[in-house]
Write a protein that binds this ligand. Structure first.
Ligand SMILES: CCCCCCCCCCCCCCCC(=O)SCCNC(=O)CCNC(=O)[C@H](O)C(C)(C)COP(=O)(O)OP(=O)(O)OC[C@H]1O[C@@H](n2cnc3c(N)ncnc32)[C@H](O)[C@@H]1OP(=O)(O)O
Ligand SMILES: NC(=O)C1=CN([C@@H]2O[C@H](COP(=O)(O)OP(=O)(O)OC[C@H]3O[C@@H](n4cnc5c(N)ncnc54)[C@H](OP(=O)(O)O)[C@@H]3O)[C@@H](O)[C@H]2O)C=CC1
Length: 448
């Protein structure tokens, strides 16, 4: 019997961000492997005209939950959605809901965040820093709480090259940033953002670093662990290979490559593409939750969920895998034959953007206009090139993440858990398998 799965049986678990990419996979794995857990509270906001219940039913209706519904048809009874907006004071939660959460929660998984690279600093601070602070305050009032697991990112210290499983101080104290957000107006914040974030590439990574500092400074006596995944990709094995439902990170770029829209990017071929399948991040998270609650380490532990330090995959290898996959399973309606040209030089990147991206888009739009249709290719290309420009920072550098805590965690697991719970280390050994599995599911589930 898996000790980790058994540990979550009979627990009341609170997940923020359960409607997101990682949160959904975490919820699925908990329900599938620990069917006797008491309840999963999920903090959900109404969105796009859907009520909470509609949002939850839509998630449970997705392919991701097919397996768990086979073994547990009443899975929805285990999920208790609570209306909450993490941008609001006390998360705009009802009093009774709050009381119930405070009285019952055993484990917290804090996944909610804004992962947008271009988020306004105010919004990123609100969600990635202040909401974390508020959740810590709530956690400190939970008498039954055993572990608080916080999701950060391996790129929270991407201004460094060598990153250990420790918290690095930010130049400006989070408290000061939070205070300044209260009285500065949006325009001034926009003006000072580059000065505040300094050598962080965007507000996302900067506010995730601030969030970690808040955890360290305001975590008090709570049992806390931080998970730092690198670039999270589709599932490797669980609940089935290749599940993904968003275009973040490389996914959108790979589709654009397969469709023949994107044929050249500014990337360093020998730089490491540190991808980690979502199910391995979830495995590490559940193991860390178990270890934090049961072994109560004296200090906060940080776990890197990365692959590059063990068996690095380069962007050039990734490009070859992507092309090989699309050769095997091409899109039915591709714009052009897929190609992946990597260039490190910004002048040459501009040249290729003009020649291989913008010019064909203009020609195609002219063709659409001449045949009485609405032009759309230039709009799509502009959006794609904007996204690429935001990802360039990550495709032109390599980082070294140590993973001693993740290794330690594995050694602490029972033989059965070591067998069934694939963590980061094995992911690295199977990296090619992971990458080649990017393309088929993306083609099926996203591109239509
Ligand atoms: C050959 C091999 C190539 C390999 C290629 C490697 C890339 C190597 C990446 C490394 C990456 C590291 C990442 C650190 C890993 C974390 O720590 S966390 C997770 C990372 N977070 C993200 O990836 C979020 C990045 N995205 C953003 O910040 C915003 O989407 C952007 C880029 C600023 C664009 O903002 P926007 O123009 O307002 O567009 P947005 O509203 O988001 O979306 C508009 C439309 O574009 C679509 N779209 C959004 N993003 C994308 C996308 N990436 N692609 C296509 N369409 C997209 C949306 O679906 C939407 O479609 P519609 O709904 O209108 O039909
Ligand atoms: N994906 C990746 O590559 C990586 C992710 N991470 C970290 O993992 C965590 C999860 O990321 P991921 O699942 O990809 O992100 P998603 O963008 O897919 O999910 C974000 C979640 O946060 C919720 N959320 C956002 N704003 C609010 C709000 N105001 N109130 C309530 N809920 C809110 C979203 O809810 P809604 O559905 O209503 O929008 C959604 O459930 C994050 O902390 C991220 O930093 C770290 C490294 C890499």
């Amino acid at each position: 019997m898996s000790m980790i799965a058994a540990f979550y049986g009979n627990k009341s678990i609170l997940i923020t961000g359960a409607t997101g990419f990682l949160g959904k996979v975490l919820m699925e794995k908990l329900l599938r492997t620990s069917p006797h857990l008491k309840v999963i509270y999920i903090l959900v906001r109404p969105k796009a005209g859907q009520t909470l219940q509609q949002r939850v039913f839509q998630i449970l209706d997705s392919k991701l939950f097919e397996k768990v519904k086979e073994s547990c048809p009443n899975v929805h009874e285990k999920i208790r959605p609570i209306s909450a907006d993490l941008d609001q004071r006390d998360f705009a939660m009802g009093k009774e809901d709050m009381q119930e959460l405070l009285a019952s929660t055993n484990i917290i998984f804090h996944c909610a965040a804004t992962v947008r690279f271009d988020a306004h600093l105010r919004n990123a601070v609100q969600l990635n820093v202040i909401a974390t602070q508020q959740l810590l305050v709530m956690a400190s009032q939970m008498p039954k709480l055993e572990a608080f697991i916080h999701f950060s990112t391996a790129f929270s210290n991407c201004n460094l090259n060598q990153i250990d499983e420790v918290i690095y101080p930010c130049p400006v104290e989070p408290r000061k940033i939070i205070d300044s957000m209260e009285w500065l107006d949006d325009t001034i914040i926009e003006e000072i953002t580059p000065k505040l974030i300094r050598d962080w590439p965007n507000t996302y990574t900067y506010t995730k670093a601030l969030g970690e500092m808040v955890i360290q400074q305001e975590g008090g006596n709570l049992n806390i662990a931080i998970i730092r995944p690198s670039i999270v990709g589709p599932s490797w094995q669980e609940p089935f290979p290749g599940w993904v439902d968003n275009l973040n990170g490389p996914s959108g770029m790979i589709i654009a490559t397969g469709k023949g829209f994107l044929r050249s990017i500014r990337a360093t071929p020998m730089a490491v593409a540190d991808l980690i399948p979502v199910d391995m991040v979830v495995n590490l998270t559940l193991a860390a939750g178990w270890y934090t609650a049961v072994h109560r380490p004296k200090s906060l532990l940080i776990y890197h969920s990365t692959t590059g330090g063990l068996n690095p995959c380069k962007w050039s290898e990734m490009g070859l895998q992507v092309l090989a996959s699309f050769k095997k399973i091409p899109f039915e309606k591709a714009f052009r034959r897929p190609n992946a040209n990597f260039t490190t030089n910004s002048l040459s990147a501009q040249y290729w953007n003009a020649v291989t991206h913008r010019a064909p888009a203009i020609v195609y739009d002219c063709y659409l206009v001449l045949t009485g249709r609405k032009p759309r290719m230039m709009k799509l290309m502009t959006r794609l090139l904007k996204t690429i420009s935001m990802l360039e920072y990550f495709t032109n550098r390599s980082w070294e993440w140590t993973s001693a805590n993740s290794e330690m965690l594995r050694s602490e697991m029972s033989p059965e858990d070591q067998r069934v719970t694939v963590l980061t280390t094995q992911a690295a050994r199977n990296r090619m398998d992971c990458i080649s599995r990017y393309c088929l599911p993306l083609r099926k589930s996203l591109a239509g």
